[in-house]
Ligand binder design. Sequence first.
Ligand SMILES: [Zn+2]
Length: 283
Amino acid sequence: MGLREYNKYGRAAEHLRSTILENMLSHAYLIEGDLTMDKMGFAAALAQAALCQEEPGEGCGRCETCTRIQHGSYEDLYVVSPEEASGSKSRVQSVRDAQIEELQNQLKNKPAEGDRNIAIIDGADTMTNRAQTRLLKTLEEPYPGTVIMLLSENAETLLQTIRSRCVRVRLVDVPEETVQEQTAATDVLEMIREGKYFFDIKERLDQAVKTRSDAYVLLDGVEKSLEGYIRRGSDFLSVRQQAEAVSAVEKTRRAIQQNASYKYAVRHLVLEIERIVRPGGRE
Ligand SMILES: [Zn+2]
């Protein structure tokens, strides 16, 4: 399970994947999403995607690095969570100045395992004012390779100066069927890339496309995924091949609008894309 799992939270995962592959990761992210969203899971997946050598940009979930991140034993990953003040009767939990101070000291260490220190501040919007002011210093002069993720339900409680120093990532709930169709589109293209038999691809298509409107959603997904390959600099297809494939998608859309059998039309599209990316046929 990697970053792709979080396509359910909108385009953030896809966007961050390209950012990692382009080596353009920023030093601070403000990851916003409501109570129901697994922001910690998202942040851990992002850490894996940034550090995994097996599947950069995704996180293989199996290698030593990924496994240790999952088990919370990766040395260069620091997690801070809200705590009750010691000795106080109040049960209010917040991220305190002393915790940020400790984190600052930890981030001064050179990374021991990879080339990055990563910090996750859970419940960042509970940071006391002193904690926020202290954190500002780190956000202003981060050590190279450091990535700090602030997880927040309500970023408006944060100092404006904190917000403005972070790249804001908004997690949104995407309807389940959209996620499934996007996943189907990615699956189909990956199967083409891997040279899978048409019969197997057809099976995956039939599973995803049961109605005319499923077909339209799949086409949108295919178009988005084709764009993604180019943005990520994948060697799957050239810019020219991508343009040809997108025009094949448009042709398919038109054919379906003109009452062609949608099942037949999407199968035909797969064959078209195969022809475009593998002009010499299968080796
Ligand atoms: Zn891995």
